[in-house]
Design a protein around this ligand. Structure first.
Ligand code: MG
Length: 386
């Protein structure tokens, strides 16, 4: 039986690489649903090639264009946010890969879990914003959440066969991004182009900026807490510029397991899609002699404030990680549009965290409201700053 996959966000970096994995393994997988936000031409091309049962274009203004282009294909075309929430519940889906950008992943992922679909989770913001609700609902529905993020896939792989053994500590590795070792003064001058130039990973714009500010690592720490049931105090961040060790689990006997390999997102994608089986491939193999030194250093949370803010947010709990995420999405967009500088981003996030009403035990509705309120706050702060 082939695994029937729905890819939410199929035109992005993770989505397109997942389709490559599927194309290389036609006897194992088939594409059931593809969705995109705005990227109609890529979506249409993918639909013609992979022949899903249905496609969803989230922006309803683009429905006619997509539906016209696919009128001779046996593919259902839907548009809008409601369609996205419904399509994930289709009976013919075995696994939903959530690869959208940011907060937009939350509600469709929640609906997929409610419908009992196993999740390959690439959208970390879902767990940052609503980790408690998502993990609780997944448990109730007996749904598996398989991590696609390379660090979490590494930890997940290290934990196979260890479910009885408590975790003493997790070391999340971090490349350090393009600005590792830079001083505050040097960071005053960096451009959007500098920030988009990641040394090891080719990714979408939003996550690349998050990697440069280390917010990505902060989000991954929160994601790890929810995925593996840990307090933040058990998660350490270690900068490892070569990105060969993808993360490490330390057990109560002091033994450590690490998962290694060349940095290639197709590996964690393939592991999540194929789980529990590993799939043979011919990707490049790691060669120790090409890497005589693997190095490690602590992150600088004084300069890269976002990482410290993420630890504060998860320790406070409640809706604070949701505020953190909403403020971050607003500042990243403003930075990409040239409205604010690199170093203004953490300042604006911290101000938003201080201003939005704190809720200790938020419902999903509360989080939806918090997200809107925090975004508005940050946008006001951006406009009124002097
Ligand atoms: Mg990652």
């Amino acid at each position: 039986m082939k695994k029937r996959i729905a890819i939410l966000g199929s035109t992005g970096s993770i989505g397109t690489q997942a389709l490559e994995v599927i194309q290389q393994n036609p006897e194992k997988f088939e594409v059931e649903v593809l969705t995109a936000n705005n990227n109609v031409d890529i979506l249409i091309g993918q639909a013609k090639k992979y022949q899903p049962n249905a496609v969803v274009i989230a922006n309803p203004d683009k429905y006619n264009y997509v539906s016209e282009a696919l009128k001779n294909e046996p593919i259902k075309v839907y548009a809008g946010a409601d369609a996205l929430n419904q399509v994930v519940q289709m009976e013919t889906i075995d696994l939903v890969l959530t690869a959208m950008v940011g907060y937009s992943g939350l509600i469709p992922t929640y609906n997929a879990i409610k419908a009992g679909k196993n999740i390959a989770l690439a959208n970390k913001e879902t767990l940052v914003v609503a980790g408690e609700i998502i993990t609780k609902t997944a448990l109730e529905k007996k749904v598996e959440i398989l991590p696609v993020d390379s660090e979490h896939s590494a930890i997940f792989q290290c934990l196979v066969g260890e479910f009885m053994n408590p975790i003493e500590k997790i070391y999340l590795t971090c490349s350090g991004g393009p600005f590792r070792g830079k001083t505050e003064k040097e960071l005053q001058l960096v451009t959007v182009e500098n920030a988009l130039n990641h040394p090891n990973w080719a990714m979408g714009a939003k996550i690349t900026i998050d990697s440069a500010t280390l917010m990505n690592k902060g989000f991954e720490m929160i994601e790890a807490c929810w995925l593996f049931g840990l307090q933040a105090s058990k998660v350490d961040i270690i900068v490892h510029p070569q990105s060969i060790i993808h993360s490490i689990v330390q057990f109560e006997d002091g033994s450590m397991k690490a998962q290694m390999g060349l940095p290639d997102m197709k590996l964690p994608i393939q592991y999540a899609l194929g789980f529990p089986s590993r799939i043979k491939n011919d990707y490049s193999r790691f060669n120790f002699l090409n890497y005589p030194t693997l190095s490690f250093e602590p992150p600088n949370t004084k300069i890269f404030r976002n990482l410290a803010l993420a630890f504060e947010a998860i320790k406070m709990g409640g809706n604070m990680p949701c505020i953190l995420n909403a403020a971050n999405e607003a500042v990243v967009e403003a930075f990409l549009n040239g409205k604010i500088t690199f170093l203004q981003m953490p300042v604006l996030i911290e101000q938003t965290m201080q201003k939005v009403v704190f809720v200790q035990n938020p419902t999903l509705e509360d989080l939806i409201q918090t997200n809107a309120e925090a975004r508005n706050r940050t946008m006001l702060l951006i406009e009124n700053r002097k």
